[in-house]
Design a protein around this ligand. Structure first.
Ligand SMILES: [Fe+2]
Ligand SMILES: [Fe+2]
Length: 472
């Protein structure tokens, strides 16, 4: 039964009959999906120390308790309204924002919401086997926290579909549970969300780079003229921050451990022989997940992106930091493949909005990599991790039919085929990672050999806290 007790919300669910009816139909299917496609092996007998959002104020969204995963209270929250909010960019700049969906933009808005919504359950599906290989209870709990919040993000998008898009919206909400990550017949919409995440290095890279794409997209949607979309995504951003924290600190802890292992062995030993993850492998996974996540920002030149901007549907990240919000005259210069070499070309900025967002994204990733590199400095080591050039390993956009090495130098097809395993994870790398993750670590306070403990626990609990309990 649908109740405010079970579904914490600030959207007036108890008096909204239409939404209640729609959710009564959808919610049981969601729970079935969660059991079938959510964390495998942790549905029935485990209690997880997770955070549940019970309201949007800072104290309310950091409410911690032990729950059984299928009994998590997935809620519906909008960030507080901004008084007299006005459209911040595009052709309707300065007009009041919309509380309902304008008919002429209905299809475009639905498409934006469905594309965002599709990524949320997709990542839960991708990560569903990881619990069986976890490096510690602390990490296991973080995985499940990310998973339940991605589930809640799905609820957030489904709320919009049910509330503002009538019959079509309800159909789309069903489809969001019907597509499956990696499924040949009914895959998820975006490629990076069909890639398997089979080991914890993938998982930490995914939460570092792909959840950060989520942040890009949510920042640009939170500028939207459709106020409910803006408020929904603004609240989602608060949760997204924890996902990126999990990814960034996960890699930091692996790098830290690798440095220790190297140091203990007098820098002469192969880290793999010590059971750690060697730096070249870490670099390959950066190359992979960064390039896959760059693709998520779409084509460099895009009339869709121009239309979304012009119509006020999707803005730039932190739109208020720009001076010109009409962007009718401004040009944007980018690198394009020309006759046998790369050329610089200026195009109208509106058509380059995907690239503008990608710039923001690359900068945010770069700052994270710099934080990782501080670890080497602390250990007085000269090694460094880096982002590959943005032309490297692209599957979407102007560079997708060409090949480049991580420094951006062009390569022939043959050379790419011959050398790609130097830059991207090879089957042997994956096999090695699975071999060191084969035994999960479920003992409180214990950590797998390839990763350091975190600096502190969750919600001021000690590191040896029993973050996931098993029923006797
Ligand atoms: Fe999400
Ligand atoms: Fe996320």
């Amino acid at each position: 039964m649908i109740s405010a007790e079970k579904i914490p919300n600030n959207v007036g669910l108890s008096s909204n009959k239409r939404l209640q009816r729609a959710l009564e139909h959808w919610q049981p299917k969601y729970i079935q999906w969660w059991k079938d496609m959510g964390p495998q092996g942790f549905q029935d007998y485990h209690h997880v120390y997770v955070r549940t959002a019970v309201s949007v104020d800072p104290s309310g969204w950091a409410h911690f308790e032990y729950v059984k995963l299928p009994e998590y209270r997935w809620g519906i929250f909008l960030a507080d309204p901004v008084h007299d909010r006005r459209i911040g960019f595009g052709d309707f700049l300065g007009q009041p924002v919309w509380q309902e969906v304008p008919g002429e933009f209905r299809n475009q808005l639905r498409r934006l919401i469905v594309t965002q919504g599709d990524t949320e359950p997709a990542s839960v599906e991708q990560q569903r086997w990881l619990g069986q290989r976890c490096p510690s209870l602390y990490d296991l709990r973080n995985l499940f926290q990310v998973n339940v919040e991605e589930g809640r993000h799905l609820w957030a998008m489904v709320y919009l579909l049910h509330s503002y898009f009538g019959r079509d919206g309800r159909d789309e909400a069903e489809e969001l549970l019907a597509r499956q990550s990696g499924n040949r017949d009914k895959p998820r919409i975006l490629d990076a969300f069909n890639e398997p995440i089979e080991n914890w290095l993938d998982f930490f890279m995914f939460t570092m780079f792909t959840d950060r794409d989520g942040k890009s997209q949510l920042l640009s949607l939170s500028e939207s003229s459709l106020d409910p979309l803006s408020r929904t995504t603004r609240f989602m951003l608060t949760e997204e921050a924890h996902h990126m924290f999990v990814g960034e600190t996960g890699i930091s802890r692996i790098v830290e451990r690798t440095c220790q292992l190297l140091q203990n062995a007098g820098y002469s030993e192969d880290v793999r022989r010590l059971g750690g993850i060697d730096l070249p492998t870490i670099q390959k996974f950066i190359n992979l997940w960064f390039s896959l996540s760059l693709d998520l920002h779409g084509n460099e030149i895009s009339t869709n992106a121009a239309t979304y901007f012009g119509n006020g549907l999707k803005g730039r990240a932190q739109e208020d930091r720009w001076d010109d919000h009409h962007v009718t005259e401004a040009m944007y210069e980018l690198e394009v493949p020309g006759e046998g070499r790369l050329e610089r070309k200026a195009i109208p900025m509106r058509t380059a909005m995907n690239e503008v967002l990608r710039d923001w994204y690359v900068g945010d990733c770069e700052a994270g990599v710099q934080r990782w590199n501080k670890i080497f400095e602390r250990h007085s080591m000269s090694d460094r991790l880096r982002l590959p050039d943005r032309k490297f390993n692209r599957g979407i956009g102007m560079f997708s039919s060409l090949h480049f090495d991580p420094s951006g130098a062009p390569l022939s097809n043959e050379e790419w085929e011959r050398r790609k395993n130097e830059w991207l994870p090879s089957p042997a790398d994956r096999e090695y990672l699975l071999s060191i993750m084969a035994q999960p670590v479920y003992e409180p306070g214990k950590f797998a050999n390839y990763i350091s403990p975190p600096l502190r626990g969750i919600n001021r609990q000690p590191i040896h806290f029993e973050y996931v309990r098993t029923e006797a």
